[in-house]
Design a protein around this ligand. Structure first.
Ligand code: NAP
Length: 281
């Protein structure tokens, strides 16, 4: 029984470190390794994996959407998001899951003590991560999620896909961000702005002044550990959380799928977090 993470590039992935630490804590001798799979090579990989004892894998760029037509079954979250990050071989069938959104909700609960139920939330971005997180926040009972995106049409498309109708598309300019933030208790950044290697940054942070004094900011980015957005939030006395707990929690949920049994999630998250800290992440 082997587990893998596939992608291109994939060798930089933190998933082997996270999963290996959790498997070791469970006393499992399963291995979890990175495997480069280029775009277009998924059918060949699936056949190889089946023949070589791979019973589950995580998928990262560029495969999360391309896997869909190749799977036998999908869970509702993966179907709604239109992307999978976790695939398991069960009774000969490839089953797809998406744990990104659930990981974000668990990270909010664990890292900030925030339950999205009943909250109004401003969410920045409408890419792949934004879609998973926005739909998960809606499913977790958020009252309203303002989805603010530079390309408004992408926000509109995303919001139209929420079966609960709790997502509202908005522009990304300072006025729109301020109007949404003043009605929100939580702001979630799902854009690339502030990420290491991204040449762009927020033009101004005045929208943070519109959040209530006990408001919170969750940035999906974890490299750097403290983005300018989080630094600016902390300056204003707002609670702040980076994307590392989401990375950890999506892996905990993925491992439950791989092993097909419930785990002590908190203990697993603690083990993975320690492993990342030990590696200087
Ligand atoms: P993506 O699909 O490429 O989406 C990028 C988003 O950022 C889009 O909404 C895009 O807007 C917006 N954007 C990019 N440049 C911008 C700019 N200059 N001004 C305003 N908006 C801009 O990427 P993704 O996969 O969703 O990832 C987004 C972020 O989430 C990345 O930083 C990634 O590292 C992070 N992430 C973290 C985790 C975790 O576990 N912590 C998991 C997944 C992703 P347009 O639609 O207008 O282009």
């Amino acid at each position: 029984m082997r587990l893998q993470v596939i992608g291109d590039p994939v060798l930089h992935s933190k998933s082997p470190l996270i999963h290996t630490s959790m498997l070791a804590a469970l006393g499992s001798d399963m291995e979890y390794t990175p495997h480069v799979v280029r775009r277009g090579e998924l059918p060949r990989y699936l056949a190889w994996a089946r023949e070589n004892g791979v019973t589950g894998f995580n998928a990262t760029m560029p495969h999360k959407e391309d896997l869909l037509p190749l799977l036998d079954e999908m869970d509702p979250a993966a179907r709604a998001v239109g992307a999978v990050n976790t695939v398991c071989l069960r009774e000969g069938k490839w089953m797809g899951f998406n744990t990104d959104g659930g990981g974000a909700v668990e990270a909010l609960r664990d890292g900030l003590g925030i339950d999205p139920a009943g909250l109004t939330i401003t969410l920045l971005g409408a890419g792949g991560a934004a879609k998973a997180v926005a739909l998960a926040l809606s499913a977790a009972g958020a009252e309203r999620v303002f989805v603010c995106n530079r390309t408004l049409s992408r926000a509109e498309t995303l919001c139209a896909q929420d079966p609960l109708g709790r997502l509202t598309p908005n522009r990304f300019d300072a006025a729109a961000l301020g109007r949404c933030a003043e009605q929100s208790q939580l702001l979630v950044n799902c854009t690339n702005l502030g990420m290491a290697g991204c040449p762009h940054q927020f033009e101004d942070f005045s929208f943070l002044d519109a959040l209530p004094r006990d408001g919170a900011v969750f940035d999906l980015i974890y490299h750097p550990a403290k983005t300018e957005l989080l630094a600016q939030a902390e300056c204003r006395g707002l609670k702040a959380l980076n994307g590392l707990p989401m990375l950890v929690w999506q892996a905990v949920l993925a491992l439950e799928h791989f092993l097909d049994r419930p785990l002590d999630r908190g203990a697993m998250a603690a083990v993975a977090t320690d492993a990342l800290r030990g590696a200087g992440v």
